[in-house]
Design a protein around this ligand. Structure first.
Ligand SMILES: Nc1ncnc2c1ncn2[C@@H]1O[C@H](COP(=O)(O)OP(=O)(O)OP(=O)(O)O)[C@@H](O)[C@H]1O
Ligand SMILES: [Mg+2]
Length: 349
């Protein structure tokens, strides 16, 4: 019995672009799968194939026990979808948008109104309920789109970047809504650029790159697989970044992945995967000292999901907060900054 969401060998080509190159996925009933991947990896295309919006060139997909290619209409009745780009009717008010969805699902007018009011409250839209969606901010539209996906509670939900563009408070509230939904038995596949979100919400994480799932497991399993510890050095002088980076690179554990030594220029921080613990740390401090490189901070830490993502895909996460943040886009891997070739994936397979 396949999981509530099952995909095998999904392929989708757009002209010369192979958006999906054999995607395999399985999401057990009542769990959350977080789909992570850099821009253009194929996350939205996967969601669109699984939700019948796009027909794959080949492969197999079963959602809620129904064959997606053979019975798309039946699949549509069993799923909820909230997209990366909010699909709200601009000329209707927030309340009317939600009531309309209820009526599409054949709810009675009274029940649709009650449900709309509940959701408007839950998504902080009560004050704006009677304004047309045209006047809504980006975050408000996204919340309305999410609320629309929740008018009825389908057994399987898909959310494509549900919290992109939400402020921290609204994001937290959505996380609570999602947790409630899943504790009620819903199966959820969500895509996200926020590693913290995947860490927090997803039972399993699938990392997608170039149209394939390149790793899948729990957050802990993926972190364990990334291996090693990370040494982080913050140099005092910006001019010392290059020298410190070259020095740390000598100790970098090779073969762990694509992103070995990384530099965050704006923070004067250099990070590299190592193994050797405190003894190695002492040695690095001595060497930095001997080279006259003054440091503000140095430490060892366990790999984060951010490191996992980087070592698997060679990209830092495009968006995020906390330690996954790269707001200025200044963090880059050494190979990216030096323009070198991207090594193959074999090292991490
Ligand atoms: N309708 C389309 N026509 C042509 N190319 C497309 C189409 N849809 C997607 N692609 C291409 O397929 C690849 C995968 O796109 P997709 O939107 O699935 O990526 P994604 O992982 O969702 O990225 P993002 O993080 O930016 O949302 C990209 O190279 C994209 O340009
Ligand atoms: Mg997308």
């Amino acid at each position: 019995m396949p999981g509530a969401i099952y995909a095998e060998g999904l392929v989708k080509t757009f002209g010369d672009v192979k958006a999906l190159d054999g995607v395999d996925l399985e999401v057990p009933e009542g769990t959350v799968l977080g789909l992570l991947g850099p821009n253009g990896a194929g996350k939205t295309t996967t969601v669109r194939c699984l939700t019948t919006l796009l027909r794959p060139d080949s492969g197999k997909a079963v959602v809620a026990g129904i064959d997606v290619l053979k019975q798309p209409d039946a699949v549509r009745r069993s799923i909820g979808l909230s997209g990366q780009f909010a699909a709200v009717d601009e000329y209707l008010t927030g309340r009317e948008n939600l009531q309309m969805v209820g009526q599409l699902y054949q709810m009675r007018a009274r029940a649709a109104k009650v449900r709309a009011d509940e959701l408007l409250e839950q998504f902080n839209l009560a004050d704006a309920a009677d304004r047309t969606a045209k006047t809504y901010s980006g975050g408000m539209r996204r919340r309305l789109d999410l609320a629309a996906a929740l008018v009825v509670s389908p057994p399987v939900m898909f959310m494509d970047e549900p919290t992109t563009g939400l402020d921290p408070r609204n994001r937290q509230q959505l996380w609570e809504v999602i947790k409630q939904l899943v504790s009620g038995g819903t199966t959820l596949l969500l895509t996200t650029q926020y590693l913290e979100e995947a860490d927090h919400l997803a039972h399993d994480i699938a990392v997608v790159d170039h149209g394939r799932v390149i790793a899948q497991g729990t957050s802990d399993q993926l972190k364990a697989r990334t291996g090693g510890e990370r040494v982080e050095v913050v140099v005092h002088e910006r001019e010392h970044i290059a020298a410190a980076s070259a020095l740390l690179d000598k100790y970098s554990l090779r073969g762990l992945g694509k992103g070995d030594t990384t530099v965050e220029d704006h923070m004067r921080k250099i990070t590299t995967p190592v193994s050797g613990g405190a003894k190695l740390l002492a040695e690095i401090i001595r060497e930095l000292d001997a080279d006259g490189i003054e440091i503000d901070d140095i430490g060892l830490r366990r790999p984060t999901l951010d490191d996992v993502f980087l070592s698997l895909t060679g990209h830092v996460a495009e968006a995020g907060d906390g330690d996954a943040a790269d707001p200025d886009g200044t963090q880059k891997t050494k190979e990216q900054s030096s323009g070198g070739n991207r090594p193959g994936k074999e090292a991490v397979k």
